[in-house]
Design a protein around this ligand. Sequence first.
Ligand SMILES: [Zn+2]
Length: 466
Amino acid sequence: MAWEAVIGLEIHVELETRSKMFCGCPNTYGEEPNTMVCPVCLGHPGTLPVPNREAVRAALKLGAALGSTVHTTSVFYRKNYFYPDLPKGYQITQYTASLLTGGHLQGVGIERVNLEEETAKSYHAEDGTVLLDFNRAGIPLLEIVTLPDIRSPRQARKFLEDLRLVILYLGISGCDMEKGQLRVDANISVRPEGSTAYGTKVEVKNMNSFKAVEDALSFEFRRQVSLLERGENVIQETRLWDEHRKETRPMRSKEEAHDYRYFPEPDLPPLVLDPAWVEEVRQNLPELPEARRTRYLSWGLSEKVVEALLWDPALGDYFEAVAEGLSRKDLAGNWVATQVLRVLNERGLAPEAFPLSPDALRELLLLIEDGILHHSSAQQVFEEMLTTGKPARQIVREKNLEVVRDTDLLARVVTEVLEEHAEIVEKYRSGKKGVLGVLIGAVMRKTGGKADPRAVREMLLSRLES
Ligand SMILES: [Zn+2]
């Protein structure tokens, strides 16, 4: 029997606002622990929360990008539970009265998007001590819940990659999973292919990368299918992904049996938004990755290059600055997606810190476009530019790297090569056409790599065939 997966995702995204969700404390990362706190985010009695307008705006941007319905009246709820990382003993969230419902991305439906607050960060020391940093407590958080529309672990990963891009392009979060800015939980069940019924679902947690999500769901899919094929049942439970053993295992604590006793937050009135403001946010959305993808593809860039450029909006910006004024935008795309990206990775740099300005790289590419420089020499010039900071034209002049345009000179070199390799010429004429490459290589070596390989090839062919 063929089986299919039914997957839904729950994603938490920390918003990069200036201040926290309900107080004026700075929303920062990596500061000295417990220095970015105040009575509100520490949950002292008698304090009152005030919602952060920028966080609401960020949520509205995402809603507009996903095509969600904006509820101009939504309600904050208290989700009650006792845990050391929760100073108030409850978290303010939106429960069933979401700011956003509906919408979709890459064919996957969005159930709801809630605005809520972060908990403190806990550190578990080896001796069992739990250390708490309340700098994180109260940072604005979006909870994005998809419908169970995803049919494979691969599709789940693709969806997350696309969602990350949308959020990055909106500029509302850095989505850095290592910093915990983006976290994913998944629900997965399996059913016979073609069935519309739902199987028993399992929640999977503790996945720290998109690859881990794909791996964990693939493992879970195989585990559930093999249970059912043995005639056993899938137990509804929460399981944790073990990155080292590459398997999921049941969560031991009874945490999942929580009764959160939700009730409307008495300290906050319903969140009522001006429809004109909602519309203004929608009208002023930045360009989204899908629009950029379409534009890049229309410039003749390969899919692989396009995806590499999209992955980091700043890299795309750099590429566009280089491509401006070039007739071959694909040439710029290839250079940025391979050479520039390679240097960035080697040096651990962000695109903004790339040592060559877009103008400097464009000058090099114009030399290629105009046939003055070959790709092989261009590579050499590029490295030289990076080490010396000299402009491309100057390096080409100093190193005498211009393409040999003198056809008489080229003809002389070709004659020499044909004489020196009489044996190979014989082979070629007896039908072994593959040896042509050896002759081309010999000519290129004699010209110091400065001849145009196409011209060399043509000249050799006309001499060999005559
Ligand atoms: Zn505070």
